[in-house]
Design a protein around this ligand. Sequence first.
Ligand code: GCO
Ligand code: MG
Length: 403
Amino acid sequence: MPRIIGSRVIVTCPGRNFVTLKIETDEGVYGLGDATLNGRELAVASYLAEHVVPCLIGRDAHRIEDVWQFLYRGAYWRRGPVTMAAIAAVDTALWDIKGKLAGLPVYQLLGGASRDGVMVYGHANGRDIADTVAAAQHYKELGYKAIRLQSGVPGLASTYGVSKDRYFYEPADADLPTENVWSTEKYMRSVPPLFEAAREALGWDVHLLHDIHHRLTPIEAGRLGKDLEVYRPFWLEDATPAENQANFRLIRQHTTTPLAVGEIFNSIWDAKQLIEEQLIDYVRATVVHAGGISHLKKLASFAELHNVRTGCHGATDLSPVCMAAALHFDLAIPNFGVQEYMRHTEETDAVFPHAYRFEDGMMHPGDAPGLGVDINEKLAAKYEYKRAFLPVNRLEDGTMFNW
Ligand code: GCO
Ligand code: MG
């Protein structure tokens, strides 16, 4: 049996912070897992180093499910983003090891490819509608079959999804949280004309997506969904906060626009009612924040029974290690929908060399054994951790709101 002989947490900041777990075995093979939790990175790093790594030494690296259950049940304190990101890192690294030892890419261990490639969506954003539509045109020219549209809102100085740097949107941008100002009324007026202009310029053969980022009430979301129906959006994402899963009943009663939710979910329990009652169309939980490949596979199988497809979160705060794991998962499961893909910077790609590739709007994890992603530790060591917070949001009268 391949015995775990060492495990280390590597924190690096090639433009933004990433936390990576490396697990080594006595057979000379090692595995990697992403443990990045944007804005709270060191909490997971410490959870791993203090409370997980000591428990791994000496274990059989092949017993992925048993190790998962040990860390989940054994913590007593179940779930939560910190715990589940730590468990995910271990789980992902063990799948990587299993693949390397078997000489197979991870997707083969998950049942093999269910499709030739994974459709991804890119992020088009701009200061105003014309700017956003121009960015979307560019994505279309690059071959993207699905494009997310986020535009600046007239009357608001800044908003979610619109970056200073068009290609590398990174919201965790300051040593202390940046304060944004929000108006639901101004925002609601701005989205239908954006979709109208995008359909006019891009036609109907491309999927258009939009992220509300938890900012509407269910009835407001129902109204926006209805207003957008004529433009046939692929999905509306995070229409309303989902702690109360019943919120989505109300939205569902009012619109046939497909709904996606779940990038902040960390376990199957966060989506149980949403899936069972078929209140959503896409679940956005991803490998690093939802307990790793093992747990996400269970979530996807449960979703499959209720006509819910996946649309894994893939922002740049998920490292290339998570991206690789997500692509293996996406390629293998039957009910895959779409994968988010925000390209990483060259600095990040150099720290994490990888086999996955983009071609004509589709991605493939590659056929290297394991996940097909590595970490250049020497390079990683050059980029020191830099504290960075996600922004906060207030209404125009100063009331604290959802970001
Ligand atoms: C998305 C997300 C991100 C998050 C970010 C927070 O749809 O990609 O909403 O932009 O805000 O990942 O860390
Ligand atoms: Mg989102």
